[in-house]
Design a protein around this ligand. Sequence first.
Ligand code: GDP
Ligand code: MG
Length: 284
Amino acid sequence: LKNINVALIGNPNVGKTSVFNQLTGLNQQVGNYPGITVEKKMGFCKLPNNIKANILDLPGTYSLNASSIDESVVIELLLNKNDRLYPDVALVVTDVENLKRNLLLYTQIKDLEIPTILVINMADRMETKGISLDILYLEEHLKTKIALISSRKGHGIEELKNLIISYKTISAEPCLNASVIDKPYFDSLQQAFPNQLLYKLWLVITQDVNFLNLERNEIRSTFTKSHSDLKRLQQKETIKRYQFINNVLKEGLKIDTSIAKDYRSKLDRVLTHKVWGYAIFFVI
Ligand code: GDP
Ligand code: MG
């Protein structure tokens, strides 16, 4: 039986490497600053029912509109179905406190029609921050399965493993139809390459990464646009994605700010005590 290829994808600092360590039992360095994972790291995970998975820890990336080498590494992998590391299932890891921003990348991965599990990490922070999630609602509208976990505490990891095993039942449906960015342009693009995924064509046009894809030059020569037009369309893409995300989060995410405030003032009191403690210590 072939190992399941699992790729960990997400913004910097959301806990990808911590999830990697939980799944593989390895001990990669976890960093509290972005960009610590500068290359792909591979590990191995034993799942229930004797199933095995290759776990790939990818560099942090904010979006598929590549601007850094880290991001190109991710895009190149996701556009090459022939790559031996091409994921059977993607785990998009997010931080529950930054869900809105983190979901931008999620919608882009979904639009590549890769079966994707949404991993919402740092669940241990929800109580103190007054955050509550309607998981069923989010699953339905984001067209996925969600694993709510705390990779720091090891909570939810077994559930995540069970989701990975059932990756064949996880939706590969896109979130956004790329044609909403500019209908005439995208319609003609799709007509010219009817068998290609529209969003993938769009990435081939906008990104400067090496594809094994032979049609790249053909696509580019026919559908090229000025740099400023491409930038404008990319901005429109981002706006459309955030509209989608905001709509979903309006119902699926609640933040009770009074709890967060209450907690903060409690924390302030503790810190004040500490400061006084040290002050008194020094005076004595
Ligand atoms: P990466 O950049 O996505 O690989 O993230 P890391 O795994 O390096 O983690 C970034 C920071 O978040 C580190 O300081 C971790 O200790 C912290 N972190 C990771 N998972 C959790 C979690 O579940 N809860 C909390 N509170 N912190 C976490
Ligand atoms: Mg990392």
